[in-house]
Design a protein around this ligand. Structure first.
Ligand code: GN1
Ligand code: MG
Length: 360
């Protein structure tokens, strides 16, 4: 019995396990699927929680349980079919909690959602359903009474992310500032920093609210069924109070990018306005019960903020010597930075067309 079998054995009968193999391509946690004897399809998902990133695992799991229980209850009262495929469910371990600590590692197990598919790219049609689903997700959580902790403080606070970049540059731990290209990116990022901090200013002025958001709305954090219907929103680790810009902007950062997040060929990267329009349409429908004009009219800004913020985050990690994101090769975070910066520039070019749709 290997180590993973023993860990999973705290949540399920270890004698029933057939196989445990890697799943997905998240940049933070390690994820596996568990197949049990006699079944062809996976039945559970095992995950090692990266507790360098999520330092308060108890808060993390409390947040997730509050959110999934709330959504489950709403679906039950609405008579929604197939609820187990529509909302995540975490198993209790033999400790009575939904996670265990073993050799300084935290682990959890959830049900695998059967016959579900993830995508790295979407058509406008799928983007519309995704917009509707992330909008519905926020809408379902507007009356959540259990307080949700800010699991990673200042997670999507661009002023804070820029400060982290400044610190990385000042320390220059691994000497990467010697490279003129790195210096040039520092300058480009700083040149537009003030305008990119608009959201935080509106918040301080009391004009912009925080809501319970998903905060990691990458395309691959949504499960679709065979027919292309959205089943379920996954990866709930970062659910926390944030501006709605988080969910709107981060989805488009992945879905409207015609290239990959880490595309080495910048010519592949453009901002797909058809995906934007379809996603915005779905999102506005899903959020119509609560979205304020100040939120709606700044959604185009959000579409530029998220590639910008992601460039800042990848770049700071590169300068710090790659300690946060998993990398597959030494220059990976620099390649990601270039790709996200290109996407930011492409999104900026599309601002007038975005505003036509969203700004009165
Ligand atoms: C991380 O682990 P994953 O891939 O879902 C990161 C997101 C970034 C994303 C970039 C907790 O998400 O914020 O946008 O990588 N999650 C955390 O791909 O930092
Ligand atoms: Mg993920």
């Amino acid at each position: 019995m290997n180590e993973l079998f023993a860990i999973a054995g705290h949540f399920i009968d270890p004698n029933t396990i057939e196989d445990i193999t890697p799943l997905g391509n998240g940049l933070i946690n390690d994820t596996y699927k568990i197949v049990v004897k006699g079944d062809a399809k996976p039945k559970y998902v095992l995950q090692r929680i990266n507790n360098a990133v999520f330092t308060d695992v108890d808060m993390l799991q409390n947040n997730i349980e509050a959110v999934t229980n709330h959504i489950r209850k709403k679906y039950e009262s609405q008579g929604i079919a197939d609820i187990n495929r529509r909302v995540l469910h975490f198993l209790k371990a033999d400790t009575g909690k939904t996670y265990i600590l073993e050799n300084e590692n935290y682990w959890r197990v959830m049900d695998f959602i059967t016959d579900s598919y993830t995508y790295e790219a979407v058509t406008p049609e799928y983007a519309y359903y995704a917009g509707r689903s992330f909008g519905d997700f926020e809408s379902l959580l507007t009356d959540l009474e259990t307080p949700i902790g800010e699991i990673i403080p200042d997670f999507h606070n661009i002023e804070f992310r820029l400060k982290q970049l400044d610190e990385a540059v000042a320390e220059d731990k691994v000497g990467r500032l010697n490279d003129p290209e790195v210096q040039a990116y520092v300058d480009k990022i700083k040149a537009v920093a003030d305008e990119m901090c608009l959201g935080e200013r509106l918040y301080r002025e009391g004009k912009l609210p925080k809501r319970i958001c998903h905060c990691d709305t990458k395309v691959n954090n949504m499960l679709f069924d065979k027919e292309g219907n959205v089943l379920c929103v996954i990866d709930l680790d970062t659910v926390m109070p944030s501006f709605v810009f988080s969910d709107f902007g981060d989805f488009l950062r992945s879905a409207a990018n015609t290239g990959a997040e880490d595309d080495p060929d910048l010519d592949n990267i453009h901002f797909n306005m058809e995906v934007f329009k379809a996603f915005a349409k779905g999102y506005l429908e899903g959020t119509k019960s609560f979205l304020l004009p100040i939120e709606k009219e700044n959604l185009p800004y959000a579409a530029t903020l998220f590639p910008y913020m992601q460039a800042v985050r990848f770049f700071a990690d590169y300068i710090n010597g790659d300690t946060y994101y998993k990398i597959r090769y030494p220059e990976h975070n620099m390649v990601r930075t270039r790709a996200q910066w290109k996407l930011y520039e492409e999104a900026v070019k599309c601002l007038p067309e975005m505003k036509q749709m969203l700004v009165p």
